[in-house]
Ligand binder design. Structure first.
Ligand code: GDP
Ligand code: IMO
Ligand code: MG
Length: 425
């Protein structure tokens, strides 16, 4: 029995929430393995829109297990708020579980995220401001607090006191900022522990049990391949490993049975935050993509930068993650363009390459475009490949030929039902 991994192939916001919700129907457990509430995953079902940040996108199915694994950094305030919001809308949370090994995002991480960004002056990353970088930094430096710590008053207080002696020194001495008070933080966080306690469970043995029972696991990626800490456009990246390689380290489920890796890519490209984006459209066409695609961040509301699809970047993401199939989303957004451009390679000094130049050369590389015919007809909600205009089918076939990867799913709208099942996954 093999399990599925679903990952973002670009700079995030590819529509992972929608595709996860779709594939969750045939899975028994949905697992978030990396990132934190910097993620914003949208699921639209029966006209209802849900914006998820930490809770896996399988949560609308009451019988599915939804697991937040140890690779995720958890802001307890944000998680409790998200849980409360879903409960109010009648979503059952009985099968939601959280790893005790997951690290906590604390208020000083949010403050440091902001201060570090301010300190970057002209080279800002454009983080989501959710404290993600500082929380992962503390995890690596072995001074982080974990969900398991939060469950014991004594342990949490002692570990927080120790953490504060370090964090407050940084705030006071380096930034000349007000410091955090131990009593105030424990008074705020210990009650949150009681809300989370019924959901805390060790996950590696649970995942193994699910596997042994022959049940299906779907691992839900956050962010995207080009935001990977090592292989993305560093330093304009996030602080975790959003790719398929992050699954085992982020969950404790070994790689042997991870057999299907589904890459989710938008039919065009967006990026929120700073960093290189060679196919970006800054004029009217970019504006048109933004409006038609409603490209505004789920987490921060920021307008997303928009541009044409970048095939070298897609090939790179596919290679890094040994992707077995693609889900192409938001094809409907491209309706109404007379021509669609697609980046097929890069010009580097005097040679052309099909590969994505490394990040040290990317700023000076020039994208090479091929122009394909567009289509005018609205294709929102189309569910069969044959019903697409020939130009749209040509666009899909072109991407498939250029990447050598099957486009198995095509999404034509935000709703669960707006999907073309083109090839088996
Ligand atoms: P994620 O972070 O990868 O889950 O993606 P986001 O939820 O941040 O952004 C994707 C946005 O596009 C959401 O508003 C979705 O509801 C929407 N969406 C997903 N698939 C489609 C599609 O095929 N067509 C259109 N028009 N919208 C889509
Ligand atoms: P989902 O899961 C898009 C980007 C930020 C910034 C960089 C670092 O919804 O696709 P961070 O707060 O992580 O330190 O910010 O990463 N970023 C995302 N962009 N979608 C996301 O998540 C993102 N999560 C982080 O905009 O450029
Ligand atoms: Mg998103």
């Amino acid at each position: 029995m093999g399990h599925k991994i679903l990952i973002g192939m670009q700079w995030g916001d590819e529509g992972k929430g929608k595709i996860t919700d779709l594939l969750a129907a045939e899975s028994d457990a949905v697992v978030r393995f990396s990132g934190g509430n910097n993620a914003g995953h949208t699921v639209v079902a029966a006209g209802q829109k849900y914006e998820l940040h930490l809770i896996p996108s399988g949560i609308l199915y009451p019988e599915k297990l939804c697991l937040i694994a140890s690779g995720v950094v958890v802001d307890p305030r944000s998680l409790v708020k998200e849980m409360t919001g879903l409960k109010k809308r009648g979503v059952a949370l009985d099968n939601l579980y959280l790893s005790p090994e997951a690290h906590l995002v604390m208020p000083y991480h949010l403050r440091l995220d902001k201060l570090e960004e301010e300190g970057r002056s002209s080279e800002k990353i454009g983080t989501t401001g959710r404290g993600i970088g500082p929380a992962y930094a503390d995890k690596s430096a072995r001074r982080g607090l974990r969900v398991g710590d939060l469950l014991s008053r004594e342990r949490f207080t002692a570990r927080l006191e120790k953490a504060l002696s370090y964090q407050n020194a940084i705030l006071e001495k380096l930034y000349r900022e007000p410091v955090f008070d131990l009593k105030e933080l424990t008074a705020e966080f210990l009650p949150l522990a009681e809300k989370l306690r019924p959901h805390v469970k060790s996950l590696p043995s649970l995942l193994w049990k699910i596997h042994r029972q022959g049940r299906q696991i779907l691992f839900e990626g956050a962010q995207g391949a080009l935001l990977d800490l090592d292989f993305g456009t560093y330093p304009y990246v996030t602080s975790s490993h959003p790719g398929a390689g992050g699954v085992s380290s982020g969950t404790g489920f070994g790689p042997r049975y991870l057999t299907s890796i589904i890459g989710v890519a938008k039919a065009y490209l967006t990026r929120v935050g700073q960093g290189p984006f060679p196919t970006e459209l800054t004029g009217d066409q970019g504006e048109k993509l933004r409006e038609q695609g409603q490209e505004y961040g789920v987490t921060t509301g920021r307008p997303r930068r928009c541009g044409w699809l970048d095939l070298p970047a897609l090939r790179y993401a596919a290679m890094l993650n040994s992707v077995s199939a693609l889900a192409l989303t938001k094809l409907d957004v491209l309706s109404g363009f007379s021509e669609i451009k697609i980046c097929t390679g890069y010009k580097l000094e005097d040679r052309i390459t099909e590969r994505l130049p490394d990040v040290f050369q990317l700023e000076s590389a020039r994208p090479v475009f091929q122009t394909l015919p567009g289509w005018q007809r609205d294709i929102s909600g189309v569910t069969s490949f044959q019903q697409l205009p020939s130009e749209a089918r040509h666009y899909i076939n072109f991407i498939e030929e250029e990447t050598g990867i099957n486009i198995s799913l095509i999404s034509t709208g935000p709703e669960r039902k707006d999907i073309i099942h083109r090839k088996p996954l």
